[in-house]
Write a protein that binds this ligand. Structure first.
Ligand code: ZN
Length: 69
């Protein structure tokens, strides 16, 4: 999986669903997860931002702290 190690500029893409939970898709490996984290559980890229329909969320570490169970 070394191909995926260049995590520069990797971010979450928030996919809002009408029914069910929102998902967060990794821009690096394309896998989707139910919540964003500071690094992708799939390819371990460092995540810096979340892209939503309305713009960007920058402070992913704060988000991670809020969402962490
Ligand atoms: Zn990934």
């Amino acid at each position: 999986m070394g191909l995926l190690s260049g995590g520069k500029g990797t971010f979450w893409i928030k996919r809002t669903r009408l029914f069910g939970k929102d998902t967060f898709e990794c821009s690096g490996c394309g896998r989707s997860f139910t919540r964003p984290s500071a690094s992708c559980p799939g390819c371990r890229a460092k995540m810096r931002k979340i892209r939503t329909d309305s713009g960007w969320i920058d402070d992913i570490e704060m988000l991670d702290a809020i969402l962490d169970d």
